[in-house]
Design a protein around this ligand. Structure first.
Ligand code: HAS
Ligand code: CU
Length: 540
């Protein structure tokens, strides 16, 4: 099979961009961890540190994830309902790639050091915002292709539930469309005209509100595709069955419903939003914990089923019967264990009063490296090992490296994140360059924790490089194999029936209603209050 004739070229191109972004961002990450531990890395400077943090955040959180999810979505659509509109998918890919290159160049030029949350009044060069917008426009093309493929399938399958993997990917699409509406308002009415000099000032409070309308569901845009793998691939791969198809559909629909109307849990300390609205967003945030609790139960139960199907009868001996050396299995289970801790931290963040303890401290970077940096990213690495033979038609090279890589990631991340949580509680701010804070005595007590985190960072870097080596070697020199197909888990209770949990339009409409309830009044308050918009600020 020559590369040009591979039927999976579309998916492979997306994965290639994702893995390249991941590799670049991993190099930046280890340098940052060393700077924080006060190690004399070459060309160490404040400005380079912040350029690096911006590039790392954008490449990991926005580029690696988005391209990986689009590639995975196309794979799952092709394997379940068939892929329509592939030409639109290709055009969208090139738009997203052009946007990514534009934003990356803008950051590396030093003119757009605004971190991955790009809060005004920090201002980036217009190419940063336009590039990011193009990435999103490309992702909308992906959404259109997924919806079109679903509708084409639905015409000839009127009373059937959509295959579960596609169900989860469609939930991802719905979450993304609702989320990016907020980002579009921020970009088009505020940041782009402001960076082009068409308006002089923007209001940081309003910009942050539109940003977090987008920013929280963004985290579920990352998480839900990982859950799709946990539910629809892992049980089968481990030799078992999915505990409940119906519960899984409930979970995906709950994510559509509750992902967006929670953004104020990132803005508890922001002025201009009354505490009752913040409390409402706390309550909706607690509602969104529910589908993750169900996931913890259902996926673990499915693994127990796998162990039992291998003949284990004791209370815990089924755990030992699971395929711990298999890189997809170990990646996902370690991702789950990590998410148990990250989710617990999330519940603390979401508690209106407790948030003041952790907000803007190193705790937050600890939290999101457990969630997006492991629950999601480690799942995606495991998926890569599973998918490469299936989409490239090549056997995994250096399989023993792939077997140890997830464990290294897990240990590295524990060493990185647990000290970040502790030192955050001790008061260390997040996003600071100088490890010693101009000789402050309290900052000295933080240093051992930053050093431990840096050791974790080095282990993570080694793990990331093992991943890159396996992927590159497989793509270039993997032995050709045929006949590896994408297969999904069978549910324990038999074939599912078409019902309420397949009615996307109902759940998406309810989601819009909830968003309006949660945001219409506080956003209109923000626009009606006397405003004090800000001139642009550049850090250097
Ligand atoms: Fe978060 C900040 C609240 C989940 C990402 N979050 C962030 C930021 C990021 C992020 C990037 O309420 C920083 C943004 C910035 O730069 O300012 N987060 C939550 C809550 C959840 C949550 C309530 N976060 C995520 C996920 C993310 C993510 C998922 C990315 C993918 N987060 C917050 C809040 C803030 C925040 C505040 C703002 C803080 C501030 O002040 O700035 C929940 O969705 C978590 C639910 C999870 C669970 C755990 C379920 C456990 C499972 C596995 C169990 C495993 C078992 C082991 C049983 C309830 C599913 C099985 C073992 C075997 C052997 C089988
Ligand atoms: Cu959030």
């Amino acid at each position: 099979m020559s590369a040009t004739k591979n039927p999976h070229r579309l998916e492979i191109s997306h994965f290639a961009v994702a893995v390249t972004a991941f590799a670049l961002a991993s190099v930046l990450a280890v340098l940052q961890a060393l700077v924080r531990a006060d190690v004399a890395v070459p060309m160490k400077s404040e400005s380079l540190y912040y350029i690096s943090v911006t590039a790392h955040g954008v490449l990991m959180a926005l580029v690696f994830t988005t391209f990986f999810i689009m590639g995975l979505g196309y794979c799952f659509a092709r394997a379940t309902v068939g892929l329509e509109w592939t030409r639109v998918a290709w055009v969208s890919f090139w738009i997203a790639l052009a946007g990514t290159l534009m934003t990356t160049a803008s950051i590396l030029s030093g003119k757009s050091t605004v971190l991955y949350t790009f809060y005004p009044p920090l201002q980036a060069h217009w190419t940063f915002y336009v590039g990011a917008t193009l990435l999103v426009v490309g992702s909308w093309g992906f959404c259109a292709v997924m919806i079109r493929s679903y509708l084409a399938w639905r015409r000839s399958h009127r009373a059937e539930p959509v295959p579960l993997a596609m169900h989860g990917m469609l939930a991802t699409v719905a979450i993304w469309l609702l989320a990016t509406a907020g980002l579009a308002v921020e970009m088009l009415t505020m940041l782009i005209p402001w960076s082009l000099g068409m308006i002089e000032r923007v209001d940081p409070a309003i910009a942050r509100t539109w940003f977090w309308w987008f920013g929280h569901p963004l985290t579920y845009f990352w998480l839900v595709p990982a859950y799709v793998v946990w539910y629809t691939v892992l049980p089968k791969h481990a030799g078992g069955r999915l505990f409940s198809d119906k519960l899984t559909r409930v979970v995906f629909m709950m994510f559509i419903l509750f992902s967006t109307p929670v953004g104020f849990h990132h803005q508890f300390s922001d002025p201009g939003i009354s505490s009752s609205w913040k409390l409402l967003h706390t309550l909706t945030t607690y509602a969104i914990l529910f589908p993750s609790f169900v996931t913890a139960f259902t996926v673990t139960a499915s693994l127990e089923v796998a162990g039992r199907m291998k003949g284990k009868k004791g209370l815990f001996d089924w755990i030992g019967a699971l395929p711990w050396r298999d890189p997809l299995f170990s990646s996902v289970v370690l991702a789950m264990l990590t998410f148990g801790i990250g989710g617990f931290g999330g519940a603390i963040n979401a508690a209106y009063a407790m948030n003041t303890m952790v907000h803007n401290t190193a705790w937050i970077q600890g939290h999101f490296h457990l969630t997006v940096g492991t629950a999601v990213a480690l799942t995606f690495m495991g998926v890569t090992y599973w998918l490469l033979p299936r989409v490239l038609g090549r056997e995994l090279r250096f399989a023993p490296l792939a077997a140890v890589q997830p464990y290294l990631w897990f240990f590295g991340m524990m060493l990185f994140s647990i000290p970040s949580h502790i030192v955050g509680l001790m008061g260390m701010p997040r996003r600071i360059y100088t490890a010693e804070l101009f000789g402050s005595p309290v900052a000295r007590t933080w240093q051992p924790f930053s050093t431990a985190s840096a050791v974790g960072g080095v282990i993570l870097f080694v793990s990331a490089m093992l991943y890159i080596v396996v992927v590159a070697a497989t793509a270039l020199w993997g032995r050709r194999v045929n006949g590896q197909t994408i297969e999904f888990s069978e549910p324990l209770e038999g074939a599912p029936e078409y019902g309420l949990w397949d009615r996307f339009a109902i759940w998406a409409t309810l989601a819009v209603v909830l968003i309006v309830l949660a945001y219409a009044v506080p956003i209109s308050h923000l626009y009606m209050m006397e405003r004090f918009p800000s001139l642009p600020q550049m850090p250097f």
